[in-house]
Design a protein around this ligand. Structure first.
Ligand SMILES: C[S@@+](CC[C@H](N)C(=O)[O-])C[C@H]1O[C@@H](n2cnc3c(N)ncnc32)[C@H](O)[C@@H]1O
Length: 262
């Protein structure tokens, strides 16, 4: 699937905020090695380097376009690689593993959490955040259109983005099973997006990518026109902007540095 770093990062504040809020719950004071799985365009990976100034930071992403864009943030101690979350391995122990808005693209990711946890040094943390908005109009309208008579032959299969996430309790159980102390929560954001067709511009960077990857240019224009019309009705633009509700699930697991005192 093709990603477009510029389109994805059109709303850097709204996309970056959950990352910042995720990191507030990571209690790792100093780190030598930090990994960002599904690092995307690298701007948030760079924040990891600021938070842990002694750490070597590695960003991994399966999109060559994203890794190329992330090159802007590369340095002696911040490096980016093309790789798949499903089989990438660090060279040695890691203090912090982060995956922001990435694991929902990886089928079976809940079963990979134990592997990520196994990379951690004692005292280290695994922290990830996934969207939980698949029943919101941005997704249901997209699915309805994909499955409509006009598009179902081309898009009913292969462009599905709904398979992604587990319930928060399932993530909590998986962290415990992996030997981590769990901290799992959800936040409902009410983003207020500026401009025309704001929600369309948001999903152009994410949920619409599989569709755009399959269709040619003329088909894309036709599909996007119909989808934009539906989104305008689903998310009416108001004087102050377009309200875009967005629920996200956050999960942090710490590996204890010592056994608890009885
Ligand atoms: C929504 S973006 C999030 C990027 C970044 N973490 C952020 O928060 O800005 C999802 C990223 O996950 C990457 N991704 C999806 N599936 C992946 C996989 N199996 N292995 C590695 N990266 C993957 C995509 O290429 C994309 O850059």
């Amino acid at each position: 699937m093709r990603w477009d770093p510029d389109v994805y990062n059109r709303y850097p504040d709204e996309r970056g905020r959950p990352f910042v809020e995720l990191l507030t719950r990571v209690r790792v004071d100093s780190a030598a090695a930090v990994v960002d799985l599904g690092c995307g365009p690298g701007n948030l990976t760079a924040m990891l380097a600021s938070r842990w100034p002694d750490a070597e930071v590695i960003g991994v992403d399966s999109s060559a376009e994203m890794v190329a864009a992330a090159g802007e943030y590369a340095s002696d101690r911040v490096r980016f690689f093309v790789g798949d979350i499903g089989d990438w391995q660090p060279d040695g122990p890691v203090d912090v593993v982060v995956a922001n808005a990435a694991l929902h693209w990886v089928p079976g990711h809940v079963d990979m959490l134990a592997t990520f946890a196994s990379w951690l040094r004692p005292g280290g943390a695994l922290a990830f955040q996934v969207p939980d908005n698949f029943s919101e109009p941005s997704h249901t309208l997209l699915q309805e259109l994909r499955e409509s008579p006009r598009w179902r032959d081309r898009l009913a299969a292969g462009a599905d983005r709904s398979a992604g996430v587990e319930r928060p309790a399932r993530y909590l159980e998986a962290l415990v099973a992996a030997g981590l102390d769990p901290d799992v929560w959800q936040t409902d954001y009410l983003h207020v997006l500026p401009g025309e067709d704001a929600v369309l511009n948001w999903v152009r960077g994410t949920a619409l990518r599989p569709v755009l990857t399959i269709l040619d240019a003329d088909e894309q224009a036709e599909f996007v026109s119909s989808y934009a019309e539906a989104l305008r009705a689903g998310y009416p633009k108001q004087e102050f902007g377009t309200v875009f509700p967005f629920r996200r699930t956050f999960a942090v697991g710490h590996l204890r540095s010592t056994d608890p005192v009885e």
